[in-house]
Design a protein around this ligand. Sequence first.
Ligand code: NAD
Ligand code: MG
Length: 390
Amino acid sequence: MRRVSIFGATGSVGQNTVDLISRAPQDYDVIALTGADNIAQLSKDAKALGAKVAVTAKPGKLAELQAALAGSDVLAAAGPNAITEAATRPCDWVMSAIVGVAGLAPGLAALQQGATLALANKESLVCAGALMLQTAKENDATILPVDSEHSAIFQALTGEDINAVERIILTASGGAFRDWPLAALGSATLAEASSHPNWDMGQRITIDSASMFNKAMEVIEVREFFRVQPDQIEVIIHPESLIHALVGFNDGALMAHLGPPDMRHAIGYALNWPKRRGLPVARLDLAQIGQLNFKNPDIARYPALKLARAVMDRGGQMGAAFNAAKERALDAFINRRIRFTDMAEVVEDVLTRFETDPDHIDAAMTLDNVTKTDHLARMWADQVMAKRAG
Ligand code: NAD
Ligand code: MG
């Protein structure tokens, strides 16, 4: 039996992972499930899957979790440290599906024990790609990408020589505001930004899809994970979201990966890797689909893409600064304190401030330094937003 844990089990990716594991319970020994606010879901799944421990990120929710687990064999724990501790429990396969930089420390802990890390938490690679890869190497651990585009690239590269790759093309749906007049974006509401044309995902990544901060993060994720040069990474708008990514080789071949917009494909691929097994996802009917469309993204509409280039050019801790400023700006948009189009401007101002203060960006790539950069970027983002409001 394979020992598995799911970090961020109550979220969108987490629930899809629970779904796949529940279909073959005899194959898995479930070690840890973690969540945050949704104690009902966390306790229900922990009991159903017979997990050893269930952990909520919220210390104030411990009593509620204990009560929900009363009478079962599942241990209850709470707080960020308890989550990271759960990642040190011996395990073979760990799903990293916490949203935000909070996923970094548990992911590193899983790698340190040599587990295979199925990585949905793109923030880990954006903030600390070099540290993630180095930790995996030192501990003979494997990282398998779960972001659908990166899973697609990984699959297209299987059996290939990375030196024969000319370019990697990420597809983007264009998000909720793809066809809106540019002038209307400033007044886009939270509800409008929270609906995705093709994918059903958590709220934060859905808004990031509308602003293309999600694609910006994914470009950096490609750079960090596959170690290609920034100018080898392209983004193309593909409204149908059926091609997830393409890899272009030096002989002119383009390998495209197609599949339904269902995260259980990428999750299941990582769960069954290096084999393929049947998955409960829809099969594409190409004749019915009829046509696939593509167009270049407009930088005026998606300034986050330009910021991703700046982050890759600078390297070092700039990814951590970028992610933290973005998380803070997104919090402010969700709390209706800034406008949709303000998010990219806030992030850009924070990056500019870091550029004039290079010591932070050039600090060694350790969890401590990433955490420091993260805190500083949040503080500066708050200052930028306060100044704009005042
Ligand atoms: P979600 O918001 O639906 O779920 C997030 C999970 O993280 C929940 O279990 C929540 O309880 C937990 N969580 C939230 N804050 C936490 C904290 N501070 N500490 C510990 N746990 C916390 O998010 P999601 O859409 O499932 O996305 C999860 C990750 O996967 C993100 O990094 C996202 O970018 C990435 N991703 C998601 C999708 C998707 O289809 N949803 C696709 C590709 C990549
Ligand atoms: Mg993606």
